[in-house]
Design a binder for this molecule. Structure first.
Ligand code: UD1
Ligand code: CA
Length: 452
């Protein structure tokens, strides 16, 4: 038995008011359709996506995933959409129907539905809503599901039913194919309703087993920016909850955004307000993140402190490191244990050795900084001549005076000292003071200019 997931994604999404296809809008940094595809992958299913007029854009965006693409040129209803894909389904396959704009469906909900499935049953995901308006209603007789009535075809008794169809179902591929071929569009919307297969199933003695999501957000669809944001906030709150359960102290559970995977590898991690985590970030024991930081693809060692307003990307920080406030750590940077990077410092593609300090207003790029180095305020590695990039090497124990320019390629030897204001264009030998500085003069009797 194979599982084939058919994801319906042909809807236009005009209410999003965007050039971007609806299903490509993102929840927590990942497109809705990609989320649904990844959830389907957990179930080891083969994935078929039914796309509409935004096809090229959608295919391109998910080009890295293994998907069979099926076009639904005209949107004639959910039943018609599934019909477009049914030729790819074998009669012994299990078909799971999902929606590209219902992004937060959980794989454990779906696997329950699939496990319960037999040749004589269909699994349907339903939910009870305080306000069922707009949804298809689940009509039961003495507890058993009889059919689904769409809002536009419902009478007053039907409209009072608060159990609604989520649209998500699991069913045997062979019977589904026969039911689909019998669908008619003589209804309030002149559409081929997928929901009509429920009544056909019941007539054929197939029992409808209903399942429920953990909560309604899981099956909520997105048609507008407001709904997109509702799900984004719900998802972020869930992640914040999970962090707190893992022992993380959050200054405000509603002011943290995780757009990727945040892994906590220790205890007593604390995160202040307005932090954004992107990609894959891991925080070790006792890490403190100050307010307003953006941290993307970073590994942060134990007891390291990232102070307010720092931006970090593709970097590794050791233990007991201090970064910021207002620091920018760019890709390829490694800060070893006990290093200190202060305010208005930018570091790119540089390894900074244990115990070294770059405390104020510096740019260090394409460099190798040894252990116990002190880099004074306003130090700049001149790593780029407009065409090529060059490396700066600063050996262990060197002391770089303030306001120096290191014109790469250049090496500063171990325990060397550079005088403040030096423009270093040749290597500086170890253990010595190197300084380039014009002689200081004072002009006696000099007068300030006067207004003409
Ligand atoms: C559908 C269900 C309804 C259910 C509701 C849940 C039917 C007939 N009705 O209603 O019972 O309560 O979903 O949200 O199935 N789509 C296509 N091609 C089409 C039509 C739709 O790909 O021709 C896709 C849409 O992109 C969307 C999904 O199917 O992702 C649902 O379509 P939509 O028009 O929103 O369904 P409803 O009429 O709201
Ligand atoms: Ca519709």
């Amino acid at each position: 038995m194979k599982i084939k997931t058919i994801i319906l994604a042909a809807g236009q999404g005009t209410r999003m008011k965007s050039k971007k296809a609806k299903v490509l809008h993102e929840i927590a940094g990942k497109s809705m359709l990609r989320r649904v595809v990844e959830t389907s992958q957990v179930l080891q299913s083969e994935i078929i996506v039914v796309y509409g007029h935004d096809g090229e854009q959608v295919k391109q965006s998910l080009g890295d995933l293994s998907i069979s693409w099926v076009e639904q040129a005209e949107q004639l209803g959910t039943g018609h959409a599934v019909q477009q894909a049914i030729s790819q389904v074998g009669s012994n396959d299990t078909v799971l129907i999902l929606y590209g704009d219902v992004p937060l469906i959980r794989s454990d909900t779906l696997s329950k539905m699939i496990e319960a499935l037999s040749d004589e049953s269909l699994s349907l995901l339903t939910v009870k809503l305080d306000n069922p308006a707009g949804y298809g209603r689940i009509k039961r007789s003495s507890g058993t599901v009889e059919k689904i009535v769409e809002q536009k075809d419902a009478n007053e008794t039907d409209l009072a039913i608060n159990e609604v169809n989520t649209g998500i179902m699991a069913v045997n591929g062979g019977v589904l194919a026969t039911w689909l071929s019998a669908l008619k569009n003589n209804n309030g919307q002149n559409e081929y309703y997928l929901t009509d297969v429920i009544e056909m199933a019941v007539k054929q003695g197939v029992s409808i087993n209903t399942f429920h999501p953990h909560d309604a957000f899981e099956v909520e669809g997105v048609n507008s920016k407001a709904q997109l944001n509702t799900l984004e906030r719900y998802y972020q709150r869930q992640q914040a909850q999970a962090l707190m359960e893992a022992g993380v102290t959050l200054a405000d559970k509603d002011r943290i955004d995780i757009r990727g995977d945040l892994t906590i590898t220790g205890e007593d991690v604390s995160i202040d307000v307005n932090n954004v985590f992107e990609g894959s970030v891991s925080l070790g024991d006792g890490v403190e993140v100050g307010p307003n930081c953006v941290i993307k693809n970073a590994t942060v060692g134990a007891n390291t402190v990232i102070k307010a307003n720092s931006v970090l990307e593709d970097c590794i920080l050791g233990n007991d490191v201090s970064v910021g406030p207002f620091a920018r750590i760019r890709p390829g940077t490694v800060l070893a244990n006990n290093t200190h990077v202060g305010n208005f410092v930018e570091i790119k593609k540089t390894h900074v050795g244990e115990g070294s300090k770059i405390s104020h207003l510096s740019y260090i790029g394409d460099a190798e900084v040894g252990k116990g180095v002190n880099i004074g305020a306003g130090t700049i590695t001149c790593n780029y001549d407009g065409v090529n990039k060059f490396k700066t090497t600063i050996e262990d124990g060197a002391f770089i005076g303030s306001g120096t320019q290191l014109v790469a390629p250049v090496t500063i030897g171990a325990d060397a000292t550079l005088g403040a204001g030096t423009t270093l264009s040749k290597d500086a030998p170890k253990d010595a003071l190197t300084v380039t500085r014009a002689k200081q003069i004072t002009l006696k009797g000099w007068k300030k200019p006067t207004k003409e």
